[in-house]
Design a binder for this molecule. Structure first.
Ligand code: ZN
Length: 203
């Protein structure tokens, strides 16, 4: 899949260059029929976004795998359907108990899943921002499991969260990973910045 994304990335850059040089190419040959290839600021911003998304597809999984293997001490899954008790409050109580006994560190990345679709990615740093706060959201009823990756290194949590967002593409995270100011260390965000800096100057 990453290979396909790399091909699309390349194709998009070629088409950008082709649009950028359209006017000088028409100087030496008769204009082609059909709509002229226009390059404007909003089109350029859209292309930057597409290139960043494709870059995420190419890079995020590898980076995430390496960094999660290096920094995560324990991974656990909690299955909603196996939880005893009906209703959100019962599930929350059940989860609380499980979380407090099974998660060894106060720092973790958590993700809510509906089978193979990631619904939400969040983080707990020094015990703050626990996954339980999402049991009351409108999308919680779709959740089939919650995955927790805990680490003893609180300072690495923002980077891990950012990588997880790039990799899983959660449906209900309002902000995109690259917008977060505390994920400066994220290698995928760095590539996003380089793409933006490079492409912004051509129009
Ligand atoms: Zn990032």
């Amino acid at each position: 899949m990453a290979k396909h994304a790399a091909v699309r990335f390349d194709r998009l850059l070629k088409s950008l260059f082709s649009r950028r040089t359209h006017s000088i190419r028409t100087l030496v040959r008769s204009p082609q029929r059909g709509r002229p290839l226009i390059l404007n600021r909003s089109g350029l911003n859209k292309t930057i976004q597409q290139l960043q998304d494709l870059a995420s597809e190419c890079l995020a999984e590898d980076y995430a795998r390496t960094e999660f293997d290096r920094l995560v001490d324990k991974r656990r899954r909690w299955h909603v359907t196996k939880s005893k008790g009906w209703g959100r409050e019962a599930k929350k109580r059940n989860f609380n108990q499980w979380f407090d006994t099974k998660i060894p560190f106060p720092n973790c990345i958590y993700s809510f899943w509906s089978n193979s679709t990631c619904l939400y990615v969040g983080r707990t740093i020094r015990g703050k921002g626990r996954p339980q706060s999402h049991f009351d959201t409108h999308w919680f009823s779709k959740t089939t499991r919650i995955e927790i990756s805990s680490t003893s290194l609180g300072s690495e949590v923002p980077k891990l969260e950012c990588l997880a967002i790039h990799t899983f593409n959660p449906v209900y995270n309002r902000r995109r990973a690259s917008k977060s100011m505390w994920a400066k260390k994220c290698p995928v965000c760095k590539v996003h910045e380089m793409i933006k800096d490079e492409i912004s100057t051509i129009c």
